[in-house]
Design a protein around this ligand. Structure first.
Ligand code: AMP
Length: 454
C-alpha cells in the first residue's frame, strides 16, 4: 500500500515525501482511513510504529476543511504524558502541516506559562499538551474547548500510570459532547479499557502488535552480574563493543546521576535525563544526544517515555524496571521502524523476581550471556515461564527511595502511590484519590506532580 491510496490530500503527501517515508506503516494503513472517516479509534500501538503520523495526518486533513480556530480556541487536542513526547508530537504535527495553513502549539510545564498564553491568544487548530499545564492554562482562561473537534489521548497507559486519571477525566468533562476520540496506548490494560468505555463511541479497534509483546526486531539478552560491578561492566561493553550511542535506563534519578558521573570519569560522554533536571537541561541532553555529541543518554522510565531517537542500536537496562510493562517500553527505543536493535539487561541476583515477571509478561525466557571477568559471585537463579506469581508483602521503602522523594522539589510520593493504580492495587480510574497531591483544589496541587510530566 502507498500513502497515495489512503485518501490524503496533496499538501500532506508532499510533507510525507519530505520526511522520506516510502510506505505507510501498519498502524497508519489502518488508522488513517478510519480517522478520515470520522470514526473513534482505539489503537494498541507502541512508540516506534509510526502512530504519531497515524493520527496527526488525518486530523490535519479533517481540520483543513472546517472553520479556523477563533481566539483562544483549540480545534484538536492531543494529550501526552510527558513534556518530551509533547514536544516531539508537536514537532511532527508542525512538519506534517507545513504545506497547510493550519496552526499548532505545544504547551507543557517546567517552562514559563506567559509565552504559551500568548501563543494561544489567536487560537490554534492543533494543541499538543501535557495535562497539568493544560489545566493551568484553562483555569486562567487562556484556552477554550467549546469548539473542540478531536481529542487524542497519546500513550494513555502511561498517563494512567503517572496518575493523570483525574486530570484526564476533568479535561474530558470540559469538552463538547460531539467530538472524535482517538485513544492510543502501548498496551490495553483493564484500566485503559475502563477509561475507553466512557470515552470512545463505537470505536474501530486497531492492534499492530500482539498484546504486551516486545518488538520482534530487537535481540534481547541478559547479562548476569553482581550489582557493584554493573557500572564497570557497562563501561567495558561500551568500549569493547565500540558502541556509537546507547540509551541506558536506571530505576532512580539518583542512580542515573551516579552512573552518568561514572561514565564521564571513564572518558565516555554521557548525560542524564530525568524529572529532577530542569526542562532546559533535559532538552539540551536530548538535543546533544540526537546530534551525536554525547554517546550515552542515561534515563529514568518517565523521562524516556516517548523519546524518538532514530536508529538507536543499543538499549541497556542498567536496572530492571519495577513494572514489567516498562521493560517493553524501554526496549521499544531500539529496533525502531524496521531496524534491528539490541537490548541488554544487566541483572543482579536481587533482581530475580523482576526478571521473572518480565519473562512471564513477554512469554519468553531471555537468553543469558556472562562476560568474562564480570561473572557474578552471587548467582542469578534460573527462571521458568510457569513460575507462579508470588504475592509480595508491600515492603518498607528503601532509604534511597525515601531520600530521593524527599530531595525532589516535586513530590514523587504522589507518583509512586498513583503508579500502583494501573496494576491493580490502587484506586480505579475515576476513583477519588486521597491524601496529599491527590485532589485538584488549589493551583499548588498542580505542582505536586512529578517534575517530568507537565
Ligand atoms: P512514532 O511511533 O510515531 O513515535 O514514530 C516513530 C518514528 O517512525 C518516527 O521517527 C517517524 O518519523 C517514523 N515514521 C513514521 N511513519 C513512518 C513511515 N511510514 N515510514 C518510515 N518511518 C516512519
Amino acid at each position: 500500500m502507498k500513502f497515495d491510496d489512503l485518501g490524503l490530500s496533496a499538501p500532506l503527501l508532499k510533507a510525507i515525501k519530505k520526511q522520506g517515508y516510502e510506505n505507510p506503516s501498519p498502524i497508519q494503513q489502518k488508522a488513517i482511513p478510519a480517522i478520515l472517516d470520522g470514526r473513534d479509534v482505539m489503537a494498541a500501538a507502541q512508540t516506534g510504529t509510526g502512530k504519531t503520523a497515524g493520527f496527526s495526518l488525518p486530523i490535519l486533513q479533517r481540520l483543513a476543511c472546517g472553520r479556523r480556530a477563533q481566539p483562544n480556541q483549540a480545534r484538536a487536542l492531543i494529550l501526552t504524558p510527558t513534556r518530551e513526547l509533547a514536544a516531539q508530537v508537536g514537532e511532527s504535527v508542525r512538519e506534517y502541516g507545513t504545506h497547510t495553513d493550519l496552526t499548532s502549539a505545544v504547551v507543557f510545564g517546567g517552562v514559563k506559562i506567559n509565552p504559551q498564553m500568548m501563543k494561544l491568544r489567536k487560537g490554534v487548530d492543533v494543541l499538543v499538551a501535557t495535562p497539568g499545564r493544560l489545566m493551568d492554562l484553562h483555569s486562567q482562561n487562556a484556552v477554550k474547548f467549546d469548539r473542540l473537534e478531536v481529542l487524542v489521548l497519546d500513550e494513555a497507559d502511561r498517563m494512567l500510570d503517572m496518575g493523570f486519571i483525574r486530570d484526564i477525566t476533568r479535561i474530558i468533562s470540559l469538552l463538547p459532547k460531539r467530538r472524535q476520540n482517538l485513544l492510543f496506548s502501548a498496551t490495553f490494560s483493564d484500566d485503559i479499557r475502563a477509561l475507553a468505555k466512557g470515552l470512545v463511541k463505537n470505536p474501530i479497534e486497531i492492534s499492530v502488535s500482539p498484546r504486551n509483546a516486545a518488538a520482534g526486531s530487537v535481540s534481547q539478552w541478559i547479562c548476569p552480574v553482581d550489582k557493584k560491578r554493573k557500572a564497570p561492566l557497562l563501561t567495558y561493553l561500551i568500549k569493547q563493543g565500540g558502541w556509537d550511542q546507547a540509551l541506558v535506563f536506571t530505576k532512580t534519578k539518583h542512580g542515573a546521576n551516579k552512573l552518568t558521573k561514572h561514565l564521564l570519569s571513564e572518558g565516555i560522554t554521557a548525560a542524564a535525563i530525568h524529572g529532577n533536571k530542569s526542562q532546559a537541561a533535559r532538552t539540551k541532553a536530548l538535543a546533544d544526544f540526537k546530534a551525536g555529541e554525547i554517546r550515552i543518554l542515561v534515563a529514568t522510565d518517565i523521562a524516556a517515555r516517548g523519546l524518538d531517537i532514530e536508529q538507536l542500536p543499543q538499549v541497556v537496562n542498567f536496572d530492571l524496571p519495577n513494572v514489567s510493562e516498562d521493560y517493553v517500553h524501554r526496549i521499544g527505543r531500539t529496533g525502531r521502524a524496521g531496524l534491528t536493535g539490541e537490548a541488554i539487561s544487566l541483572v543482579s541476583a536481587d533482581e530475580i523476581d523482576l526478571l521473572s515477571s518480565i519473562e512471564r509478561l513477554i512469554q519468553k525466557l531471555l537468553p543469558r550471556r556472562e562476560i568474562e571477568d564480570f561473572e557474578p559471585t552471587q548467582l542469578l537463579k534460573e527462571t521458568t515461564l510457569n513460575h507462579p506469581v508470588r504475592r509480595k508483602k508491600p515492603r518498607k521503602p528503601l532509604n534511597r527511595e525515601t531520600n530521593q522523594s524527599n530531595n525532589s522539589k516535586h513530590n514523587n510520593n504522589n507518583k509512586s502511590r498513583k503508579r500502583k493504580s494501573v496494576y491493580g492495587q490502587g484506586p480505579k480510574p475515576g476513583a477519588k484519590a486521597k491524601g496529599a497531591g491527590g485532589g485538584r483544589t488549589s493551583p499548588n496541587k498542580f505542582r505536586g506532580k512529578p517534575a517530568s510530566t507537565s
